[in-house]
Design a protein around this ligand. Sequence first.
Ligand SMILES: [Zn+2]
Ligand SMILES: [Zn+2]
Length: 109
Amino acid sequence: MHFFIEDIYPDIRKIMPTISLATLYNVIQTLMTIGYLNSVPIDKEKRMYDTNLMPHNHFYCEECGKIYDIDVNYAKLDVETIIEKEKHKVKYFTTIFTGICKTCLAKRK
Ligand SMILES: [Zn+2]
Ligand SMILES: [Zn+2]
């Protein structure tokens, strides 16, 4: 599941009416620290959160804002190279492809 804090905030407030945006940020931060959540920068201002903890890549649709998980082999190989040859410990990696998704393209026709 992918989400932006601003998008889930109204739903969270329905359950916990007194929660502030700052508190929600802290909760999200804690979940990330204990490894229950990944964060993916979409651009300078936008940061998406992801419950999928496995290394994977993303496709971001500029039109509907939907995020798709995608599997790209070269990225996987890159990480293996870093782990095996460089001996770094990789905790997370991501590549973001931005464009127009198939659903939006179909609507245009
Ligand atoms: Zn779209
Ligand atoms: Zn994802």
